[in-house]
Design a protein around this ligand. Structure first.
Ligand code: SF4
Length: 374
């Protein structure tokens, strides 16, 4: 069986950031029980002999676990799945929560990629975001990771922040580039319901850059990162040659993956499955021998085709027509003749014999294009 991807959710953070709607909670004291619960879920897969080509431990803040807890987690993954010798093995890390001891544990268990949530290089912006780390923590964490031999590092950055100027965004890009990471993910802030920012916005006390500035920031990221030798390979993701995120490519190519932990999703055996989102609920279910699944949706052929188009168009190389035809028995141009013709007329996608891709001018309105395939 071809190797799949494995996502592992660690839902703990030291505190909640002001913009965050991810399933993450300041419940670090539940880590011991959570790992016991997760062991139960992972062990359910042992009998299936699943081979894994990419692992992504995300959150939350996986590195807020103590080094012994990280070791327990990694050991349980190792005994539950066949992790390929050449697997890409990523752990999300927040600056300020990495220590030499933790990095040594990660290294010993084959972790070969770190993803740091940096976001900004200005103390006042980090404070506005509710981030706990300092700019000095970014440099210290990055240097420590390099010293411990991590040769593949991603930095997450954010634009469109309250009070952020174009000058600050350029400074953030330049400082990130100067660290010479292998990968940069540059996202524009979206204010999500349920966050402090959302409440502040409704109360009229959140001052965000206007749409034009936000678009100019996104364009500046493309320009600066490309000039610094990064390939712009997905709407928000940039990589040095050979350093694209293999795990995230699985999502964008609509390939299979298994998710374990609360709020984790799987796409396996033609079914999308989502686990319960609450930490306590997840622990209770797993320790009582009940399934963690809260949502289960069989994916029809039609559904898989439209997801393959929507996700694949996020990639700059777009959707491969031969791969699509091999998977679904039909060329995308025959499956979506009117939608594709309309988008080509509007110059939002380009089609050649091999691929269908978003055009450069469609980058700011990508969501409109993806939505056309729903
Ligand atoms: S560190 Fe990340 S996951 Fe945790 S609260 Fe902040 S944004 Fe959310």
């Amino acid at each position: 069986m071809a190797a799949t991807g494995l996502y592992v959710h660690i839902p703990f953070c030291l505190q909640k950031c002001h913009y965050c709607d991810f399933p993450s909670y300041p419940l670090r004291h539940l880590a011991d029980e959570y790992l016991r619960a997760m062991a139960r879920e992972a062990e359910n897969y042992i009998a299936q002999d699943i081979s894994v080509g990419t692992v992504f431990i995300g959150g939350g803040t996986p590195t807020c676990l103590a080094s012994e807890e990280l070791e327990r987690l990694l050991a349980l993954l190792q005994r539950s799945f066949f992790i390929a010798a050449n697997a890409e093995f990523t752990v999300e890390a927040n600056p300020g929560t990495v220590t030499a001891e933790k990095l040594e544990v990660l290294k010993a268990y084959g972790v070969n990629r770190l993803s740091f949530g940096v976001q900004a290089f200005q103390p006042e912006l980090l404070a506005k975001l509710g981030r706990l780390h300092t700019v000095a923590d970014v440099y210290a964490g990055f240097t420590l990771a390099r010293e411990r031999g991590f040769a593949n590092i991603n930095l997450d950055l954010m634009s469109g922040l309250p009070g952020q100027s174009m000058g600050q965004w350029r400074e953030t890009l330049d400082k990130a580039i100067a660290l010479q990471p292998e990968h940069i993910a540059a996202y524009s802030l979206k204010v999500e319901e349920g966050t402090l920012f959302h409440r502040q916005m409704r109360a009229g006390c959140l001052s965000l850059p206007d749409e034009e500035t936000d678009a100019a920031m996104t364009a500046a990221a493309r320009e600066r990162l490309r000039a610094a030798g990064f390939e712009h390979y997905e709407i928000s993701n940039f990589a040095k040659p050979g350093c694209r995120s293999r795990h995230n490519l699985r999502y964008w190519r609509n390939e299979t993956y298994i998710g374990i932990g609360c709020a984790a999703w799987s796409y396996w055996d033609g079914v999308r499955r989502g686990n319960v989102t609450g930490v306590a609920d997840y622990i209770a279910r797993m320790l009582a021998g009940q399934p963690a699944t809260a949502e289960r949706e069989p994916v029809t052929r039609q559904g898989a085709m439209s997801e393959t188009m929507m996700l694949g168009l996020r990639l700059r190389q777009g959707v491969s027509r031969p791969d699509f035809a091999a998977r679904f028995g039909i060329d995308p141009l025959e499956a979506y003749p009117e939608i594709i013709a309309g988008l080509v007329r509007q110059k939002l996608i380009a089609v050649d014999a091999g691929r269908i891709c978003l055009t450069e001018r469609a980058l700011p309105v990508g969501n409109l294009v993806f939505g056309a395939f729903v």
